[in-house]
Write a protein that binds this ligand. Structure first.
Ligand SMILES: [Zn+2]
Length: 134
């Protein structure tokens, strides 16, 4: 059986950056605007957050827009240190941990994560993992 261990990784926000999340408003931002507001590289959106399932929109010009409040909620939930079981992931829709069933394993630029569906609302959930076997 595979051991699922959360790992520290690129994209995890520092305490100071988490505090700055409070400045984000209920409005649409360009990735560069949020990156500047919080203090990280814009490419973090394309390399980490969007592949992990950050909610976003694209306009007719392929410009990505991100709702500030949604980003805050998503980032806090994705990177919190949860008191979850190893076979659980947090569903943002149901607001609770759900059991991971039939995960799809992904690896992107050294970042390991899995995609599963919430058994209650069917939302797709990404969970960052390591695939170390003890
Ligand atoms: Zn759910």
């Amino acid at each position: 059986m595979r051991e699922i261990v959360e790992i520290e990784l690129r994209g995890r926000l520092s305490g100071q950056q988490k505090t700055r999340l409070k400045k984000l408003l209920e409005m649409m931002y360009r990735p560069s605007e949020i990156a500047e507001e919080i203090g990280f590289e814009k490419r973090q959106f394309y390399r980490v957050y969007i592949p992990l399932g950050l909610p976003h929109e694209k306009d007719a010009n392929n410009q990505i827009w991100i709702n500030g409040s949604l980003f805050r909620e998503w980032a806090l939930e994705t990177y919190k240190n949860p008191s979850m079981e190893k076979n659980e992931a947090y569903c943002l829709t149901c607001k609770k941990p759900i059991e991971i069933r039939d995960p799809e394993w992904k690896e992107k630029e050294g970042l390991f994560y899995l995609i599963c569906s919430c058994p209650i609302c069917k939302r797709k959930i990404a969970r960052i993992t390591d695939r170390k076997v003890n």
